[in-house]
Design a protein around this ligand. Structure first.
Ligand code: GLY
Length: 578
């Protein structure tokens, strides 16, 4: 790690992303959540996971090796956020050279609905529990297949080498931090309100929550997950999708009332494609295409801002600028609700939504003095055609980069554990439109394009993003936090293209608007009372909430060579590298 003086000065001078913020950003370098590295860096939302990736880089691994090692380690140390029971997306940039062009790939290993699922599957239930907890909530996990595909195509080190840090973490155990303790406390309250859960979800209750007594500082050991990871290291993805782990998953899902079969697991496939690309403010953004809504919603927000005459590179702390950002988000999130689903099943009009005509038309509908009713947002007629999470950002010394976001959906996923192998299964079925007319757990309204169907992937907000300029990788970012992933990543990237350091970009207070409900969420301390009054005068209804995403970000150092890396202080991560 290089001297941090530059970063400390920059942070001390910094302002919040939101004007008139009452607090200044914390000193990220002094608190450990941001740092400057000469050659290569990993920013994950847990220090042990960042260190796992940095150790792989130090052994000669590249950014993909490091991202895979970090992700498998997160499966152990953030078992309530992501893991081998979940799925995700990865955007990879392999730098070109004199003899070869750059290669960009988007890996889609989002979970798929089991074959027993039909569009009306959840309508027979009179509450939302069945898509959130228990066997029916679980979609076929994709993380193992996705990570191993990316590793097989780009990795330099062996599969055994990149899985070794995760296996060691599972054997040695990890120390629960404040974020783990807080997540456990929230879930313990739900267990107490649902006494049957203690036997139905015994693995989560006894091992991860320690019967409601888990505290920061406790060591949690998952030796069973070490066994699963060892099988995967030696036998590859087949160990998970065909072997003894598959048997244990099918049993766990069946015992919990779900419908997943061995055939569903064997049929799981990774899709790979070009990343979504957009030229914005002189940068080339590489994002995740559908079934992620992240790339399109972020790029549409930024393009509407530009169509409003705003240069995203300029810092402007006025109320009008904040209002324009929120109005752009409202249009983009309205389109998310109306147009998105799995492109393998429905047509998602990506090009039309991002087209110059469309963003200009939406920008022309923005009123500069006040916000408007919800039905005035989004692309109502078909646009012209040509539609619990964790994030890792990595750069290596060759100029390669990886942005990887993975999830088991809500904290602790479906609550269904696979006790023989020490991991938790996702509840990704809730990211479908499960009961028409009802929003999902994130309050997101969605169209019937996102109804569940066998082998369909649910819509996601995960937004792994790489930003390039004429020198190569400029920034790598992404977040956890449901739909707040999109707004959190957008605001952090806006800050770095406006010249902020990585530490202040992730620490600054943020806002979120997802079109419906018609509320402008803001983090505590984001506004003075006077400023809040002024924002309300635009017609916005303010609602305070906790984190607007947890962003992990790396940017090219502002001075000299190297990389500034930051793990969001909201989740307690710390970057690593050298
Ligand atoms: N499970 C949250 C998301 O993918 O958006």
């Amino acid at each position: 790690m290089r001297t941090q003086r530059l970063l400390v000065v920059a942070l001390a001078l910094g302002a919040c992303v939101l004007p008139a913020c009452r607090t200044t950003p914390q000193d990220g370098a002094a608190r450990g959540y941001s740092a400057l590295f000469d050659k290569q860096a990993v920013a994950a939302d847990h220090p042990t996971a960042s260190e796992a990736g940095a150790a792989i880089l130090a052994r000669g691994g590249n950014a993909v090796d490091a991202a895979v090692a970090t992700s498998f380690t997160l499966s152990v140390v953030r078992p309530y956020s992501c893991g081998i029971g979940g799925g995700g997306f990865m955007v990879v940039h392999i730098a070109g050279g004199t003899d070869r062009p750059a290669v960009n790939v988007a890996y889609n290993y989002r979970e798929t609905a089991p074959s027993g699922i039909t569009p009306d599957f959840f309508e027979k239930y009179d509450d939302d529990r069945h898509s959130r907890y228990g066997g029916t909530a679980i979609a076929v996990p994709g993380t193992v297949a996705g990570l191993l595909r990316a590793h097989a195509q780009h990795g330099r080190l062996s599969r055994e080498a990149v899985l070794a840090p995760a296996i060691a973490a599972a054997r040695a155990g990890f120390v629960a931090d404040d974020h783990y303790a807080d997540a456990s406390k929230r879930l313990t309250a739900k267990f107490k309100a649902n006494p049957g859960w203690k036997t139905d979800h015994a693995f989560v209750w006894e091992r991860l929550l320690r019967k409601g007594r888990v505290q920061a500082g406790d060591r949690i050991r998952l030796p069973e997950q070490a066994e699963a990871l060892e099988l995967i290291a030696h036998q590859g993805a087949d160990a998970f999708y065909k072997g003894p782990i598959a048997d244990a998953i099918v049993k766990a899902v069946g015992d919990a009332g779900g419908v997943m079969t061995h055939d569903d697991l064997e049929a799981f496939h990774v899709d790979q494609s070009q990343p979504l690309r957009a030229q914005i403010a002189g940068y080339e953004f590489l994002g995740m295409p559908p079934p992620s809504s992240g790339g399109v919603t972020m790029f549409e927000t930024l393009r509407i801002l530009q169509a409003l005459g705003i240069d995203p590179r300029t810092r402007d702390t006025s109320l009008e600028r904040l209002h324009m950002l929120v109005e752009s988000m409202k249009h983009a999130f309205a389109d998310r609700a109306m147009w998105f689903g799995d492109p393998a099943f429905v047509n998602v009009p990506v090009e039309g939504l991002l087209s110059v005509e469309n963003v200009r038309r939406l920008a022309a509908q923005v009123r500069r003095d006040r916000t408007q009713p919800l039905d005035r947002y989004g692309t109502h007629s078909p646009p012209p055609e040509s539609g619990g999470t964790s994030h890792v950002s990595v750069v290596d010394k060759w100029g390669n980069a990886v942005a990887c976001t993975e999830t088991i959906n809500l904290e602790f996923g479906s609550l269904v554990g696979v006790p023989e192998f020490g991991f938790v299964l996702n509840d990704e079925m809730d990211d479908f439109l499960t009961r028409p007319g009802e929003p999902n757990a994130f309050g997101l309204e969605q169209s019937d394009r996102n109804l569940p169907e066998a082998s369909k992937r649910p819509l996601s907000s995960m937004s792994p993003t790489i930003v390039l300029d004429h020198r190569g990788v400029f920034a790598v970012a992404g977040a956890s936090g449901g739909p707040r992933i999109i707004s959190g990543t957008t605001q952090a990237l806006l800050r770095v293209i406006q010249g902020d350091g990585a530490g202040e970009a992730v620490a600054a207070r943020r806002v979120h608007h997802q079109w419906a409900p018609d509320l402008l969420y803001h983090e505590p301390g984001a506004f003075s009372p006077e400023r809040a009054d002024a924002i309300e005068a635009f017609g916005h209804v303010l609602r305070e909430r906790d984190a607007v995403g947890n962003v992990q970000l790396i940017r090219r150092a502002r001075v000299g060579g190297g990389w500034e890396a930051a793990s969001d202080p909201r989740k307690g991560g710390r970057p690593a590298g050298r």
